[in-house]
Write a protein that binds this ligand. Structure first.
Ligand code: TXA
Ligand code: MG
Length: 533
C-alpha cells in the first residue's frame, strides 16, 4: 500500500484524510495526547483493520472521537448529568467518558462491551479531520500493540508506512500521555486510566472520584480489569526498564555503580551520572514528565541503551498517568533502597509536630531538624561570623545566639530568609546526614526527617518519599499566633516568607491534612508506613 503523507495545514489534505476515513480506510492523525490510528467508528470492517494493523487483542475497545458535542447523543443510550458537567468543563480536551452505548456502536468498536468510550479532542487538526469525515472516529494510540504510544511523526512512520492509507504529519503532541478514561457507569465515577486531566480536576467537578486498582498496580487476576487495556503488556521499549523507587542520592549511587545500566532520569540529574542516559521531564512536574515520557522510551532504543534504571515519578497530578505508564513499561519491576528516608515537611503551623510524634509513637525514628536548628553547637566559627555580618552584631550576646532576634530579622522577608538559609542550611544538612548514618547503623528501616525547610536545604535529594502536613490557612495562622505569640501581621509575614502551600502539595508523595481529628491522622500515618514498607 502506498501511504500518503498528509499536511495538517493544507485544507485539501484535511479533506482527503476525512474522505479516506469515511470510505473505510485508516489514517494516523495527531491529537493533543498521542497520535491516533483513525477509522470510521461505525464501520465494523474498518475497525477490524485497526486491530489488524496494530496487532491489538480484539477485546480491547476503542475510543470514539467526535468534533462536536452534538455528536454524543446518538452514540450513547443516556447522558447522565455528570457527563454533561464533565463535557462542559473538559471538552474539548484529554478526557474520555465511558457511557452505556447505543445500538449504532458496533461490537467491534466497543470490544463486545455494552459501554462506549467517547472523547472530544482539543487538537484542532484532529477535530477538523473528524468533521471532514462526517462520522465519529475510532482512534486508538497509533503504536503497534505493546509498544510505547507515539507522540511524534517519526515514532509512527516506520511502523505504519505501507500499512495505512495516510499519515498526517503534525507537530509533537503537547500532552504526551493518552487521555484520562473515566467511567460513569459505576456507582461512584471511576478513573480507569489516568491522563492529561487529573483526579484533582475531576473531583472539583464531580466530588469523590475513585481510581481503579489496576492504575497503580498489577492485577492478580487479569480478567478483573475494568478497562481491558490495563491487562495487556504495554508501553514497552526494547530496553529493559527497572524503576528505582528511591532518593536521588541513592539513585545516583545505584546507576554509577551498576554494570551495563543506563539511566532514565529527570532533567538536570544527568550531571551526577557517569552512564548513558535519557531524561523525561522535570522532577516534581508530572505534566513535563508526561510530555516527554513516550519520546524518552523511544530514545532509549535509539541510543541502544539495553537496560535502564528509571527515576520513580510522584503520583500526584499528571504524575499519576506517568507512573501508570512507566510501571507498565517496566513490567512492574521495581528496586528499592534498604532504608527509606522520608521527608516530613509543610508550612508553619500545619501541625507537623503532632504528626512526627505519631510516627515516633509507632516506633519510627524521627530526626527533628528544628531541634538541630536550635543546637548552638552546629553554628560555630565561620557560620556564626557570617550570621553576625548579615543580621547584626547584636544577635550574639555573651557568646549566645539571640534566636528570637535573629528570627525576627531573618523571617521579615523572603530575601532575608534566603540569606539565613544560605548560611545555616549547609551545616544543618551535614548534621542530618550524620544522624541518618547513625540510625542506619542501628538497623532502622524507615527514618523520618522532620524539616520545615526540607526543600530550601535541598534535603529532598536524600529522601525517597515526601510527606506534607497541611491545614487551611486560617488554622495555620491562628496556630502560629498562639504558639509563638505573634501579631496577625507578623504571622502573615512569616507565612509569606515560606514556600507556598501549592509548592508543598505539588512536591509531595503523601499529604496529611491536619485538622485536629487525631484518629484519622493516626490512621493515615499507619497507612503511609505500610505503603513505604
Ligand atoms: O488520548 C487518547 O485517548 C488516545 C488518542 C489517540 O485519542 N487514544 C487512546 O486509545 O489512547 P487506546 O485505544 O490506545 O486506549 C483506549 C483505552 C484502552 O485502555 C481501553 O481498554 C479503554 O480505553 N476503553 C475503551 N473503551 C472502553 C470501555 N467501554 N470500557 C472500559 N475501557 C474502555
Ligand atoms: Mg494505546
Amino acid at each position: 500500500m502506498n501511504t500518503k503523507i498528509l499536511n495538517p495545514n493544507n485544507n485539501d489534505d484535511i479533506e482527503l484524510s476525512g474522505k479516506i476515513i469515511k470510505n473505510g480506510g485508516l489514517v494516523a492523525i495527531p491529537t493533543e495526547t498521542v497520535y491516533g490510528l483513525a477509522a470510521n467508528a461505525l464501520n465494523p470492517e474498518s475497525v477490524k483493520n485497526i486491530y489488524k494493523v496494530k496487532g491489538r487483542p480484539s477485546d480491547n475497545p476503542l475510543i470514539v472521537h467526535i468534533s462536536n458535542i452534538n455528536q454524543l447523543a446518538p452514540l450513547v443510550s443516556e447522558i447522565p448529568e455528570m457527563a454533561t458537567k464533565l463535557a462542559e468543563k473538559f471538552w474539548p480536551g484529554p478526557l474520555t467518558i465511558i457511557l452505556p452505548k447505543s445500538h449504532i456502536i458496533p461490537k467491534e468498536t466497543s470490544g463486545g462491551l455494552d459501554t462506549v468510550a467517547v472523547r472530544l479532542p482539543a487538537s484542532e487538526t484532529a477535530r477538523k479531520i473528524i468533521t471532514a469525515s462526517g462520522c465519529p472516529i475510532a482512534a486508538p494510540s497509533a503504536n503497534l500493540s505493546g509498544k510505547p504510544s507515539p507522540t511524534t511523526f517519526d515514532h509512527i512512520y516506520s511502523d505504519l508506512n505501507g500499512k495505512v492509507e495516510g499519515i498526517v504529519k503534525g507537530e509533537s503532541c503537547a500532552i504526551g500521555v493518552e487521555s484520562t478514561v473515566i467511567t460513569l457507569v459505576t456507582k461512584v465515577p471511576k478513573i480507569l486510566r489516568p491522563g492529561g486531566i487529573t483526579k484533582e480536576q475531576l473531583e472539583e467537578v464531580l466530588g469523590t472520584v475513585e481510581v481503579d486498582k489496576a492504575v497503580t498496580g498489577e492485577l492478580e487476576n487479569k480478567e478483573d480489569a475494568s478497562s481491558p487495556g490495563m491487562k495487556y503488556k504495554h508501553y514497552s521499549p526494547k530496553s529493559k526498564i527497572i524503576i528505582a523507587d528511591m532518593s536521588l542520592s541513592d539513585y545516583v549511587k545505584l546507576v554509577n555503580e551498576s554494570e551495563n545500566f543506563g539511566a532514565l532520569c529527570f532533567e538536570g540529574e544527568e550531571k551526577f551520572l557517569n552512564k548513558p542516559y535519557v531524561t523525561y521531564g522535570k522532577a516534581y512536574d508530572g505534566a513535563s514528565q508526561g510530555q516527554k515520557l513516550f519520546e524518552a522510551l523511544y530514545e532509549l532504543d535509539r541510543k541502544n541503551i539495553k537496560q535502564a534504571y528509571a527515576r520513580c515519578p510522584q503520583q500526584n497530578g499528571v504524575g499519576l498517568a506517568v507512573y501508570n505508564r512507566l510501571i507498565r513499561s517496566a513490567g512492574f519491576d521495581f528496586i528499592k533502597s534498604d532504608v527509606s528516608v522520608i521527608g516530613l515537611t509543610g508550612t508553619t503551623g500545619a501541625g507537623k509536630t503532632t504528626v512526627s510524634s505519631m510516627f515516633r509513637s509507632l516506633g519510627v525514628s524521627v530526626i527533628d531538624c528544628d531541634e538541630i536548628t536550635k543546637d548552638e553547637n552546629i553554628y560555630k566559627g565561620k557560620c556564626l561570623l557570617k550570621l553576625k555580618e548579615t543580621f547584626g552584631e547584636d544577635i550574639v550576646k555573651d557568646n549566645k545566639l539571640d534566636r528570637k532576634l535573629l528570627g525576627k530579622r531573618a523571617f521579615s522577608s523572603k530575601e532575608k530568609t534566603e540569606q539565613l538559609n544560605k548560611i545555616t542550611l549547609p551545616v544543618i544538612k551535614e548534621e542530618i546526614n550524620r544522624r541518618i548514618d547513625i540510625l542506619k547503623q542501628q538497623g532502622n528501616s524507615i527514618i523520618i526527617i522532620d524539616a520545615p525547610t526540607l526543600f530550601e536545604a535541598k534535603a529532598e535529594d536524600i529522601c525517597c518519599k515526601i510527606i506534607t502536613v497541611n491545614a487551611p490557612l486560617e488554622i495555620r495562622r491562628e496556630r502560629i499566633m498562639k504558639r509563638d505569640n505573634l501579631s496577625l501581621e507578623d504571622a502573615n509575614l512569616r507565612i509569606n516568607a515560606q514556600l507556598s502551600e501549592s509548592f508543598f502539595l505539588s512536591h509531595s508523595d503523601f499529604v496529611i491534612e491536619n485538622t485536629n481529628d487525631e484518629i484519622t491522622i493516626l490512621n493515615r500515618v499507619k497507612e503511609i508506613i505500610t505503603e513505604v514498607k
